[in-house]
Ligand binder design. Sequence first.
Ligand code: FCB
Length: 456
Amino acid sequence: MLAPTLKPSVFPKNFVWGVATSAFQIEGAATADGKGPSVWDDFCRRPGVIADHSDGSVACDHYHRLEEDLDLIATLGVDAYRFSVSWPRVQPAGSGAFNAKGIDFYERLVDGLLSRDVKPYLTLNHWDLPSALQASGGWADRDTVQRFVDYACHMAARLGDRVAAITTHNEPWVITTLGYETGVFAPGLKDRKAAMQASHHLLLSHGQALQALRAQGCRSRLGIVLNLSPNQAATDSEDDIAKTRIEDGRMVRWYMDPLFKGSYPADVLDFLGADAPQVADGDMRQISAPMDFLGVNYYTRQMVSASEPFDVHDSGYEVTDMGWEVYPQGLTELLLRLHHDYPLPPMYIKENGAAFKDVRTGDRVHDHQRREYIAKHIAAVGDAMRHGVRMEGYMVWSLLDNFEWASGYDKRFGIVHVDFETQQRTLKDSALWYRDFIQSHKASHGLPTAELATGG
Ligand code: FCB
């Protein structure tokens, strides 16, 4: 049974349906054609940090299977494909010389999408910072801001005439908190002061890149992608409520306020005390440069408890293979709140999806739970739109099963199954459902679907 409110016709004619991936999680080819190392290549070599002791050196071997994967994307009948550029593939040391072979790969990717009538959505930073920049402090070092702006300008000069949109950063909260503060993701630091300085530099580099790209005449739409969730107190105790306010401040308002109001939230600055970032004159004005879109990644809500970690199994909701509650109403709630609290450009869901254990039968992969998850979350987006929220697109995470960071290959998010022994791709039931859903949406607006139906 699909979620009751899921009606394709709720979504306007030009609503963009897509699938998303990121470079490090699918490309492999870690040292091919002059690619330099990234912080994730380095992090994977540390003992014990990746659950299955794997790394991204082969992943989905997408770098060598580009044409096959482009055909796969076309088969789904999606309007858009969101991918990221591996910075060390195109500029191995993160400064200085660019790598022609690396850039050529993304030229072929973009042209291959356009020739199949799929809009390219490019992300510049999906976490794989060149190692050479980490050696001088990475995002905690203010010089990295200018390095990023140079890289952004170079990529936009090469691809900006053909990509529909350019995202500066994917999920700065994850880089900041998991990468620099708790250390469970690359670069694996445990330093809150460095983390907060890194978050400021990520935001500043976003704003400066936007201005630089506009100044050079880039016509793509420009924005950022944040991971946002409702934060809810596990109980109504004062401690839980106070902690929830800070967690919400650190995840949602720490990024949304500077981007859309030009200041950091005062309560979070108080909470951080001496760990608050150094901010130079003019930084906040640059960070709040107007955007053409805001990307939101949503997976679940955050339950916050001041005393002991909240056990998701206590709430009675279905739980994914990542241990995340299935909570689609949280997406509607989040979008309404953003719409209410901030002067927003149009929003996109740039990632939404779920890891579940798949059931393979012959040449079929039955992933009923993933299909339901996606359907319910699309319905949740539709509910927000009915209340006046401006949404322009939705993208499933992910096209392919891939390297799920510290969880390795065991957690599968793909709507396409990947056999990592043979690299064979198989459309799961969720992919077939998504393809049919997109077609019903097109049909409901009288758009042609016949060509898509044959996967042409
Ligand atoms: C997001 C990441 C993406 C993927 C999903 C499951 O935080 O942006 O790369 O790992 O989570």
